[in-house]
Design a protein around this ligand. Structure first.
Ligand SMILES: CC(C)(COP(=O)(O)OP(=O)(O)OC[C@H]1O[C@@H](n2cnc3c(N)ncnc32)[C@H](O)[C@@H]1OP(=O)(O)O)[C@@H](O)C(=O)NCCC(=O)NCCS
Length: 145
């Protein structure tokens, strides 16, 4: 069996793959332009990526909102690798990084299709929020660590 690793993308190739997965899984199907998979605070966030052997298969970002609250954004596992437990591994990695940095609360905006995934990881629905690209209903969710 090939090695499963969670890394921080650092090399040119890793960074390219990282944003590529975001774009492919979170933007392309909604005809969003290249660049829409990034925002203005990337350099202040923690970036994590899961790989199997030489294949990069999923990404996620942790941003610090306050000293005690962090937010998970841009969480995506490549279609072919979904529902195999990799998303769960990546969230657990983000939660442990958050905890090590004194965070006691994680919030996130979940797409409706991912709500059950986060419920399974003990996040609770706080509110029904925005419609992204006029069609993807989001829900604010929270977990106390
Ligand atoms: C949502 C997503 C990140 C989940 O990652 P994943 O690797 O497919 O999920 P896992 O295999 O780790 O699932 C963990 C648990 O959640 C459940 N689950 C995952 N996705 C689910 C879904 N869409 N509906 C219902 N249950 C789901 C799994 O059955 C599993 O349950 P278990 O703990 O009882 O075994 C992934 O499917 C994805 O990237 N989707 C497209 C992009 C996206 O929507 N990102 C989230 C933006 S908010």
């Amino acid at each position: 069996m090939e090695k499963i690793e969670i890394i921080t993308p650092l090399s040119k190739l890793e960074i390219k793959k990282y944003y590529q997965i975001r774009f492919e899984e979170l933007r392309k199907a909604w005809k969003q332009p290249y660049g829409s998979e990034r925002d203005s605070i990337e350099d202040k966030c923690v970036h994590r990526m899961i790989k199997i052997g030489d294949n990069y298969i999923g990404v996620s970002r942790l941003q610090y909102n306050t000293k005690s609250q962090a937010q998970i954004r841009y969480m995506a596992i490549k279609k072919k690798y979904q529902m195999k437990g990799f998303g769960k591994i990546l969230i657990m990695d983000m939660e442990s990084i958050a905890k090590e940095n004194g965070i006691s609360e994680i919030i996130l905006q979940s797409r409706e299709s991912a709500v059950q995934f986060y419920l399974n990881l003990n996040y609770k629905i706080i509110d029904k929020t925005h419609l992204l690209f006029d069609e993807i209903q989001h829900f604010l969710m929270r977990k106390y660590l």
